[in-house]
Write a protein that binds this ligand. Structure first.
Ligand code: CA
Length: 543
C-alpha cells in the first residue's frame, strides 16, 4: 500500500487546499457529489456516488437476489459511495462507504456471514444512525451471493473472503474518509456475527492496528473444524427418505421436550430456557420406546436414538481428541430445519466442493473425518482463526466483546467457551488479564446471532429491536465497546431485552442480565423469573 499512501498524502494536500478556499460555501451535498475516489486511490472503480437524505428507502437493484437485501431504510443524511476495489488480477470486492453528514468521530466496519458475499446494509445503516459513526462501511467480501462457487480454482477469491476484503476495506475507508472530512480518523470499531465474528477475531490476529474495539458475535473461529462439524450431520441424519429418518416435527416435539424435561429446571426455573448448556448432558436413552416400561408412543426406535446420541456428542478425531464441541441442547427447534433436516448444509457443501476438495460434483453424503483432516491440513488462505493469544491487538489497547446465544443452532456456543479457555490458558488463567481485553457474554435463549425465547436484543446489529433499546453500555454491546475503548469502562454485565413476539410495538416482555464468562446467570430462588433482579451473575470459574 506504499504507493497508495504516497498518492494519498499528495492528494490530501491538494484537497486541503481546495477545501481551505471554499469551506463554508460548499454544502454537504455538493461536497459529496464532487468527491472523486478514483482520483485518489488506484484500483478502485466508482459504481455509485449519491447524496441520500434521511428517510430514504435505498434500493439495490444490482444486489444478488440470494442475499435477500433489496433495499434498506436510511435514517440520516449521508454521502453514499459504492466502489469496486481490485485485489488481484482475478479478484476484487464491492464496497459500500457511507459518510454521514453528522458524525461523532468514530468509524465502524461491518462483517458478513456463512460463505456469503452479501453486504449487510442493515448493519451499515445501524452504524450510520444516531451520528454514531463518522463513516461506516461493508463489503461483499470478494464475491456475490450466498454460495461459494466463486471460490472454485481461484485462491484470490478465498483470500479476499478470509481476510483481504475486510482489511483492504479498512485501509481504503480510512484513507477516503480522511480525505473527505479532511480530518484525522478517530477510534475504529467493528461489528459482526457468525462469519462476521470470525472476521473480527481474525482481523485482530492479523492486523492488530485496524480496530480499537471489536464486537464479535457467535464467532466462526476454528473455521475448518466448524465446517467439518457442520458437514458431519448429513451422513448421520441421512436424507429425508432414508430409513429411520427423524422428522423435523419429531425434533421439535418429542426430542425438544425431552431435552427440556432433563435440563430446563437445572437453573431453577422452568421457562423453556436452558440457562447454561455446559450443565446439560442429555441422556438420550430416555427417548427410546419402552424406556422404564413406558407405553408411550411418543418415542424413538433404537437406530434413531443412536443418531440423536451421535448428534448430541462432542465431535472427535479417531484418536479421541476433540474436533469440535457438541451442539447446544435446545437448539433443535431451529436445527430441525437446518443441520438436522436431512438436507446437506449448504455453506459446508460449498466449502468442501469448491475449496477443500475442488470437486464440484462432490456428494456430501460421502463426507468423512478424512475430509475434516484435509480441511485442517489445507487451511485455505489461513482462514482457521484459532489463535492462542491476541497479544499484538492487546498491546495496541484493543478490546473485544464477544457474545453467543446459548441456543445457537448453527455454531455451538460451547466453542466460544473453548476459545475463551484457550486464550485464558495462555494468560495463565488470570481472569484479570482476560478481563482487560476480552469479555465473553453468554446469552441464554438466543438462537444464532439473534432471536429466540431469551432476552436476546443487545444491539448486535441493525434490526428494529436494536434501535428500540437505549444506546448505552448497560444495554447495547456497540455502546459498551465504545465506552470500554474511550473511557476505560468495561462492561461486567449486559442487560438483554425481549420484546413481546419480538415486536417493538408490542412492548418489552422482560429483561435479563447476561453474564461474562466465567460467571453464570443464577436464579435467586425466589421472585418473578421475569424480574431482572431475580437473577445474578455468579462466578463459577470456568469449564
Ligand atoms: Ca430454565
Amino acid at each position: 500500500m506504499a504507493r497508495i499512501a504516497w498518492r494519498l498524502s499528495a492528494a490530501r494536500f491538494f484537497l486541503a487546499l481546495a477545501i481551505s478556499t471554499s469551506v463554508g460555501a460548499v454544502d454537504f451535498k455538493s461536497k459529496c457529489l464532487a468527491f472523486d475516489p478514483e482520483s485518489y486511490i488506484p484500483n478502485v472503480t466508482l459504481n455509485r456516488l449519491e447524496f441520500v437524505t434521511a428517510g430514504t428507502n435505498l434500493a439495490f437493484p444490482d444486489n444478488d437476489a440470494s442475499c435477500n437485501r433489496a433495499s434498506q431504510a436510511v435514517d440520516v443524511d449521508l454521502c453514499r459511495i459504492a466502489l469496486s476495489v481490485t485485489t488481484s488480477q482475478r479478484s476484487g470486492f464491492h464496497y459500500e462507504l457511507w459518510l454521514p453528514e453528522t458524525w461523532n468521530g468514530r468509524t465502524l466496519a461491518t462483517g458478513n456471514g456463512g460463505v456469503d458475499g452479501c453486504i449487510k446494509y442493515e448493519d451499515i445503516a445501524y452504524g450510520a444512525a444516531n451520528g454514531f459513526a463518522r463513516y461506516t462501511f461493508g463489503t461483499n467480501n470478494g464475491h456475490n451471493g450466498t454460495g461459494g462457487a466463486a471460490f472454485y480454482k481461484n485462491e484470490d477469491v478465498v483470500i479476499d473472503f478470509s481476510w483481504r476484503a475486510l482489511h483492504t476495506s479498512v485501509e481504503v475507508g480510512k484513507n477516503l474518509a480522511s480525505l473527505f472530512y479532511d480530518e484525522d480518523i478517530g477510534k475504529s470499531y467493528y461489528i459482526g456475527c457468525s462469519l462476521g465474528g470470525r472476521q473480527g477475531i481474525g482481523n485482530a490476529e492479523k492486523f492488530p492496528e485496524d480496530f480499537d474495539g471489536i464486537v464479535a458475535g457467535a464467532p466462526a473461529v476454528d473455521f475448518n473444524s466448524l465446517y467439518s462439524w457442520r458437514a458431519s450431520f448429513f451422513p448421520i441424519t441421512g436424507d429425508t427418505k432414508s430409513e429411520d429418518f427423524i422428522s423435523p416435527n419429531t425434533w421439535k416435539t418429542t426430542i425438544h421436550n425431552e431435552v427440556l424435561k432433563q435440563c430446563d429446571i437445572i437453573d431453577g426455573v422452568e421457562d423453556g430456557i436452558i440457562e447454561d448448556p455446559i450443565l446439560c448432558h442429555v441422556d438420550t436413552q430416555q427417548l427410546l420406546c419402552g424406556f422404564n416400561n413406558s407405553t408411550s408412543t411418543d418415542c424413538l426406535n433404537a437406530a434413531q436414538v443412536k443418531k440423536v446420541q451421535a448428534i448430541f456428542s462432542d465431535y472427535l478425531w479417531p484418536n479421541g481428541t476433540l474436533l469440535y464441541p457438541r451442539v447446544n441442547p435446545g437448539g433443535e427447534l431451529l436445527a430441525a430445519d437446518g443441520l438436522y433436516s436431512g438436507k446437506a448444509y449448504g455453506p459446508s457443501v460449498d466449502w468442501f466442493k469448491y475449496v477443500i476438495l475442488g470437486e464440484p460434483s462432490w456428494d456430501p453424503a460421502t463426507y468423512t473425518l478424512d475430509d475434516a483432516a484435509l480441511a485442517v491440513a489445507k487451511n485455505p488462505a489461513d482462514i482457521d482463526t484459532w489463535p492462542y493469544a491476541l497479544s499484538a491487538f492487546q498491546d495496541h489497547g484493543g478490546k473485544i466483546i464477544t457474545y453467543h446465544g446459548q441456543q445457537d443452532q448453527q455454531i455451538s456456543s460451547l466453542n466460544s467457551v473453548r476459545f475463551w479457555e484457550r486464550l485464558a490458558k495462555e494468560a495463565d488463567f488470570d481472569l484479570e488479564k482476560m478481563d482487560t481485553f476480552y469479555r465473553f457474554f453468554r446469552i441464554p435463549g438466543m438462537y444464532h446471532c439473534g432471536t429466540g425465547p431469551g432476552a436476546w436484543t443487545v444491539g448486535q446489529g441493525g434490526s428494529a429491536p436494536a434501535y428500540a433499546i437505549p444506546f448505552d453500555k448497560e444495554h447495547n454491546v456497540l455502546a459498551a465497546i465504545v465506552d470500554w475503548v474511550e473511557k476505560g469502562v468495561a462492561p461486567d454485565e449486559i442487560v438483554g431485552t425481549k420484546f413481546v413476539n419480538d415486536s417493538v410495538g408490542a412492548g418489552i416482555m422482560y429483561q435479563h442480565r447476561h453474564c461474562r464468562y466465567p460467571y453464570r446467570s443464577t436464579y435467586s430462588g425466589a421472585g418473578d423469573p421475569l424480574d431482572i433482579d431475580s437473577w445474578h451473575c455468579v462466578y463459577f470459574g470456568g469449564y
